[in-house]
Design a binder for this molecule. Structure first.
Ligand SMILES: Nc1ncnc2c1ncn2[C@@H]1O[C@H](COP(=O)(O)OP(=O)(O)OP(=O)(O)O)[C@@H](O)[C@H]1O
Length: 701
């Protein structure tokens, strides 16, 4: 409903707004959607504690509009009592009696008796604002905006303009009109999304204040706090020159940030430079709101009225990571010394004592990866240091770039605020170097550093390991909890693909076991067994490769399993596997392989040649097995039993619990059973009982 059609309240009209009663004093103005009144309010249980407030009355045609208004009220609520934001008191919405489907909304807020900034500017048409006045207004507005950007997640105003700044009773400049607020808008991923965002921008922003990334969504920039920063550039320009910088050329000029400073009034280059930087086409080159406040304060010679929350967050992140990077930083060394004097020298040794580690070739790997993890924004900003932003030298902490300290770096690290891994990106060069130095031994293992950013995950408390990583706070603290632990006992378990580790062995063993026993197969165990031979071979190949990192045959010196009890595993695995390989392959694999073809049982050896072949092999097997008292069994040629036994041999040290299979139960002592000659297949009346093989029945091949 058009606000013009809505009859105005007459003075003394009493309206209930939530838990407050408002008595209309006078009508102030009508915005695009609202009637605005001043009113006496009771009770005065809000801040600033004055009985006069502003009542905004809006009639919206439908629920959708009501929801939009709700967002505005929510923003006001969130920003309640912020000094440079118009303060919220209460609100109320109800169905509008006059029009079906429409709603009437009342919002009570702080009354800004000084009127709007635009009104103030109009009082100074001839006597334009002085630079100090401009800086003063700009600083307060910037703080108001910062109070939005400070929220987590941050709120983007999207409609910062001269008209949306009000002046309070005591002359403070306050941001108002939160009808366009939003969170960060990511770049559109489809044409539909782009159209939607475009429409939303057109609806919620003012043409002269739109940023390049709002106009050209194909650039792939987010719409975030930096869009407000751009608007503040236009705002500052208008404070100075009473016009907007892109008034004549419009969008074309905005996209290139082409504008000229009018000759009158005259302002300092510093102030003009602030405008220039705020109006950087690239959002990453624009300062964040804290940097702007700092610069405005610097130009006024005052202490910034607001702490740099971006910097605080960066430092917080940094200090959270610090313990992992440098344990000597916080560990109560004296306590440790008392308890574990023997280990103290190692704990206390400073990073400087590890220069040789840094200089290892593997350190290069770290460096490279760390560099990759650094914010592209930093790289971008540094490489483009010829821009005005850095050229100025005195402005916007150009010295920070050269110093490379975390405080300074983070100031230029605006894009980090939107990164998914701010903790990584906030690292300064020094931090990166420190990480590199302290953990460089990790890089002895290729791929180890992939876990960068979460050091704890690559730290393992293992003993007797050959790798020794840099000291961590956790390791030191742990060392205090057990007198028997030394610093050296906290070591990194290598996680390279060649580092077999228990898990890999388990995996392979399990696979091996599954292949042989038929576990986890959808087909019957018989089929599984039919596949045993070939599969077994492939598994051993995998196992070899897992141990040795290649196709070479296993030798005891080649495979090292790190981690707990690695030495015992190492010897047992190596010998058993080696024996198994030699013995198994020499004696059995061929047979198993043959029988692995679709031939055992139902289709088994239908040709004469095949039968002969099997007989021959059986004889060979019996001969070979003589020494071992290897007897034929009713369950065939003993091959399944033998396989199982051998499997058990290698599985025992690797897999703690092997499930009993039908093979286990029926052939637990295969050698004790007499091996009977197999009944020729062609004599068998029903050559289909392959399950009987498993069950140990008489049926054989
Ligand atoms: N808290 C306030 N104290 C004093 N005057 C106010 C206050 N809020 C609004 N006004 C006056 O009312 C006018 C309209 O307010 P406002 O801009 O919030 O309404 P709107 O309908 O949301 O406007 P817009 O069309 O800009 O969205 C302002 O320009 C200002 O003069």
């Amino acid at each position: 409903m058009n606000q013009d059609q809505l009859p105005l309240y007459v003075p003394d009209t009493v309206v209930t707004v939530g838990s407050h009663t408002a008595k209309i004093v006078k009508y102030l103005a009508s915005g695009g959607y609202a009637q605005v009144y001043s009113a006496y309010v009771t009770p005065v249980d809000y801040s600033p504690a004055t009985n006069i407030a502003c009542l905004k009355r809006v009639v919206v045609p439908d629920k959708k509009s009501l929801n939009a208004l709700r967002a505005e009220v929510d923003a006001l609520k969130v920003l309640r009592n912020k000094k440079y934001v118009v303060s919220y008191i209460d609100s109320h919405a109800s169905k509008h009696s006059g029009h079906t489907g429409s709603y009437e909304v009342f919002v009570l807020m702080e009354y800004c008796s000084g009127g709007s900034l635009i009104d103030f500017l109009n009082t100074r048409l001839k006597n334009r604002l002085r630079e100090q006045e401009i800086l003063h207004i700009m600083t307060q507005v910037a703080v108001g905006v910062a109070q939005m950007h400070e929220l987590q997640p941050s709120l983007i105003h999207r409609d910062i303009k001269i008209e949306n700044i009000l002046i309070s009773e005591n002359g403070e400049y306050k941001v108002c009109d939160f009808g366009s607020v939003c969170g960060v808008i990511r770049p559109p991923r489809s044409y539909e999304e782009m159209k939607y965002i475009q429409h939303d921008i057109m609806k919620n922003t003012t043409a002269q204040y739109r940023s390049p990334e709002m106009l050209d969504l194909t650039k792939g920039y987010q719409i975030n706090e930096k869009s407000d920063i751009w608007a503040l550039g236009v705002f500052l320009f208008k404070l100075c020159y009473y016009t907007t910088p892109f008034e004549k050329e419009g969008e074309k000029a905005i996209l290139k940030s082409q504008f000229q400073y009018p000759a009158y009034p005259v302002y300092s280059d510093s102030l003009k430079n602030v405008i220039r930087v705020l109006l950087s086409v690239d959002p990453f080159k624009r300062p964040n709101i804290c940097q702007l406040i700092e610069e405005l304060s610097r130009l006024q010679g005052i202490v910034p009225p607001m702490k740099n929350f971006y910097l605080s967050r960066a430092l917080e992140t940094s200090s959270l990571m610090q313990p992992l990077q440098n344990n000597s930083y916080k560990v109560p060394i004296s306590d440790i010394q008392d308890k574990h004097k023997r280990q103290i020298p190692n704990i206390q040794s400073s990073p400087e004592k590890l220069p040789s580690i840094q200089s290892t070739s593997n350190g290069m790997t770290t460096n490279k990866i760390l560099t990759r993890q650094t914010s592209p924004d930093i790289e971008n900003l540094k490489s483009k240091s010829s821009s005005n932003y850095y050229k100025s030298g005195k402005n916007y902490g150009s010295e920070a770039i050269t110093s490379g300290s975390i405080e300074k770096d983070s100031q230029f690290n605006n894009s980090n605020l939107y990164s998914e891994k701010p903790n990584l990106y906030y690292r300064s060069k020094d931090q990166l170097d420190t990480s590199n130095r302290e953990n460089s031994t990790i890089n002895d293992v290729p791929g180890q550093i992939e876990k960068y950013g979460d050091w704890s995950s690559v730290y393992r408390k293992t003993r007797n390991s050959t790798l020794h990583i840099g000291r961590s706070r956790s390791s030191s603290l742990d060392s205090t909890s057990s007198s028997s632990l030394s610093v050296e006992s906290y070591t990194a378990e290598p996680l390279s693909k060649n580092s077999t580790g228990i898990s890999l062995v388990r995996t392979l063993s399990k696979k091996l076991k599954n292949v042989i026993t038929g576990e986890k197969r959808s087909v019957s165990p018989v089929r599984s067994r039919q596949n045993t031979g070939g599969s077994s071979r492939s598994v051993f190949t995998v196992l070899h490769e897992g141990f040795t990192g290649g196709n070479s045959r296993i030798s005891s010196s080649e495979h090292t399993i790190r981690g707990p009890s690695s030495s015992s595993h190492k010897s047992r695995v190596s010998s058993s596997t080696k024996n198994f390989e030699e013995g198994f392959i020499r004696k059995h694999v061929d047979i198993v392989e043959e029988s692995a073809e679709p031939k055992v049982g139902i289709k088994l050896k239908t040709t004469r040649e095949a039968k002969d072949s099997i007989k021959r092999r059986v004889r060979e097997l019996l001969l070979v097995s003589e020494d071992e008292q290897y007897h034929r069994t009713a369950s065939g040629y003993g091959k399944y039993t033998d396989v199982q036994e051998i499997v058990t041999n290698i599985m025992t040290p690797l897999v703690k619990s092997t499930q009993k299979t039908p093979i286990d139960s029926k052939n637990s002592s295969p050698r004790k059973k007499p091996i009977l000659p197999a009944k020729p297949l062609h004599l068998r009346s029903q050559p289909k009982q392959q399950t009987a093989i498993l069950a140990g029945s008489k049926v054989g091949i």
